[in-house]
Design a protein around this ligand. Sequence first.
Ligand code: ADP
Length: 194
Amino acid sequence: MLNLILFGPPGSGKGTQATKLAKQFGLVHISTGDLFRYEIGNNTPLGTEAKRYMDQGQLCPDTVTIGMLRAKVDRHPQAGGFIFDGFPRTVAQATALDRLLKGMGEEVNVLIALEVSEDEITARLLERGKTSGRPDDQDEDVIRKRFSVYQAETAPVYNHYAEFGKARRINGVGEIDNIFDRLTAEIEPLKQLS
Ligand code: ADP
């Protein structure tokens, strides 16, 4: 198996690149943001709870998020690997993911962070908000809040994997295809290991 974490602040392009990488390497793409939006769209109790946090730019509680992630992984017993997008977002989530994969005799092979500045991200998200219909992309205060939550709670996840020599950074600014090439250059050498 090849298990990747695509990391970076909101609006750094994780969703776009994860979709392309999943296709290229035959991986199951799991986006916790998409899973929450699916629950919201179906008016489930989980969706109703998640929406309260998302609309304010806060993280959903770890227990809820981890349970949902685990259920999704369990639905893909034949997967050749996973690409995690928007997860883990806290060190507790990272530890839970490590434990889940270990139970399957697997591990995270690499975390790749897309580096993009706060100003670039704010501009991208406000632009996305014009067409995405996402309430959390339409309010600059909510966008700034997501960025500060990212720095306080999510950025430490990078160090969690860097300690094991598994974290990389790449420049997340430029053409989509060029960024994709930078990502594949990091991932190709790992294919042989899996
Ligand atoms: P973005 O990366 O653009 O912020 P996402 O679609 O990944 O967008 O996430 C949207 C929102 O969903 C987050 O702001 C948060 O409220 C919630 N969310 C997504 N993933 C997680 C997670 N792993 N832990 C907690 N909350 C999450």
